[in-house]
Design a protein. Structure first.
Length: 501
């Protein structure tokens, strides 16, 4: 029996359910508008003292907070596992990613946030500096597919930059985030990090009161947030959806490429923004690649999760997602596509379980190749050559991630650089999002402004202030009043001498 859509149970409380078993896990009070305002007020009161700490001291406290996360890992992981339905391997990977990212950023933040000396030429004798100041209170609205990683992945750099943070996790998956914040707050100053419980209205109110809003979600969510934030000109960071292409060239290691496609398309039930959502294979090797991919996908283990469950992925976290997946598949089949394996629900429990699918004979008239499916479905399209694969890869409103498989690494790099995406892998997929040294973010409808990882991911939570300094004791400047025709002629001559050659 399929689960019904999980909505708030009444106007005042939120029921969180286990998507694998259909049972209620917890019932939480919803934070109304007054609670949101109070949380932001507490954050605003706590932020100046937090930002006044040296960056090294903020980093030290966050590393202590990481220790508290690890100590509370049993409770955090159990909550994350139950509310998402994900395999234990993916759940542990989320917390591991948070801990790894925190350590990397804490180590480098003192250098990345140090003021930078810049040249002021041609104004000789002057000095210039760029400083990095916190924005104030940062609101973070995180999704249900990777709730811990995506909430804390933005929280950590925002805190290191000297901001206070208020998180509004998805109403489907708030439990692990709330428990993680409780653990971190054992060592963090009061009010610096808070979590709000609620659905759309709670998030909308948060947008109305913070100094910056950071959202991971769908393009539709991004548009609504941008529209709401525009009334106060609040800065927004948006990481949105993806329709990520994989290109397999005829010289590729087909075994590796097929294994990558199976994992990249089906991990976490395909509910990943950088999932492999469409594959383009050069025609001479298309049949061989598809046969290998079908064999791997048929052997994936789907079922209820648990600490000892031997599964590769579990049910859909959001019951509404199955409707999109089935609509995309039905549209493709109606237009001539062939489902080679899977593509149907499995009746193995009260949750929504789905047999992963490989689909052939697809083209770009189909929703499956154009809209984000967000499920374990891998459409494969044969193409004449690399140029045709590239044209199709770029024929998308999305541009988050991509991958190229070839034994000619130099050619793979050249092709990857021509794909219109914020990130690309050569002979790998998906994992670039988890590398803390690399900036991760999208172009087109896959994101605006947001970059995770590296110095960019930290400094995006800062205001860059430019300082222009005259260190000498001077009573006047050549550009000040009174003007003279002679000086204007001198500047005109200088312009000709400098740039007229």
């Amino acid at each position: 029996m399929a689960l019904a859509a999980r909505d708030v149970s009444d106007a005042a409380h939120l029921t969180v359910r286990d998507p694998a078993h259909g049972t209620a896990i917890d019932e939480l009070p919803i934070d109304d508008g007054a609670a949101v305002c109070a949380a932001v007020a507490r954050a605003r009161a706590a932020q100046p003292a937090w930002s006044a700490l040296a960056v090294r001291e903020r980093a030290r406290l966050l590393k202590r907070a990481r220790r508290e996360l690890v100590r509370a890992r049993g409770e955090i992981l159990d909550r994350l596992e139950r509310e998402t339905g994900k395999a234990r391997f993916d759940v542990v990977g989320e917390l591991m990613g948070v801990c790894t990212n925190l350590g990397y950023l804490a180590r480098h933040a003192p250098r990345w946030l140090r003021s930078q000396r810049v040249s002021t030429r041609p104004l000789f004798g002057k000095r210039g500096r760029v400083t990095f100041k916190p924005r104030g209170v940062v609101g973070i609205i995180s999704p249900w597919n990777a709730p811990l990683n995506l909430a804390l992945g933005d929280t950590i750099p925002a805190l290191l930059a000297g901001n206070a943070v208020v998180i509004k996790p998805s109403e489907l998956t708030p439990l692990a985030v709330r428990r993680a914040v409780e653990a971190m707050n054992r060592v963090l100053p009061e009010g610096v990090l808070q979590v709000l419980i609620g659905a759309g209205e709670t998030g909308a109110t948060l947008v109305d009161h913070v100094d910056m809003i950071c959202v991971t979600g769908s393009p539709e969510t991004g548009r609504r947030v941008m529209q709401r934030a525009s009334s106060r000109l609040t800065p927004v960071l948006l990481e949105l959806g993806g329709k990520d292409p994989m290109i397999v060239l005829r010289d590729a290691d087909l075994d590796r490429a097929a294994s990558a496609a199976a994992w990249g398309g089906c991990m976490m039930t395909g509910q990943v923004c950088m999932s492999v959502e469409r594959v383009y294979v050069e025609a001479p090797v298309a049949d061989a690649f598809i046969a290998k991919l079908v064999d791997r996908v048929r052997n994936l283990r789907v079922g209820p999760n648990g600490a000892d469950a031997e599964i590769d992925f579990g049910p859909f976290t959001s019951p509404a997602q199955i409707e999109i997946v089935e609509r995309h598949l039905a549209d493709a089949v109606a237009k001539g596509a062939r489902v080679l394996t899977g593509g149907t629900r499995r009746d193995i429990g009260p949750g929504i379980f789905f047999e992963p699918a490989v689909v052939a004979n697809v083209d770009h008239s189909m929703l499956l190749m154009r809209e984000e499916t967000f499920g374990p479905v891998i459409p494969v399209m044969a193409v004449r050559d690399a140029d045709e694969a590239l044209r199709y890869a770029n024929d998308s409103s999305y541009g988050l991630s991509a991958s190229v498989f070839t034994t000619d690494v130099a050619r793979g790099i050249e092709l990857a650089q021509r794909i219109e995406s914020g990130n690309a892998c050569v002979n790998d997929c998906v994992v670039s999002a988890g590398v803390p040294t690399l900036p991760f973010g999208g172009v087109k409808q896959s994101g605006i402004g947001s970059r995770h990882g590296g110095a960019d991911g930290l400094r995006q939570f800062c205001i860059r202030q430019a300082l222009f300094i005259e260190p000498r004791k001077r009573k006047t400047e050549p550009t000040w009043f009174p003007y003279s025709a002679k000086r204007a002629r001198q500047i005109e001559w200088l312009m000709s001498w400098m740039f007229g050659w």
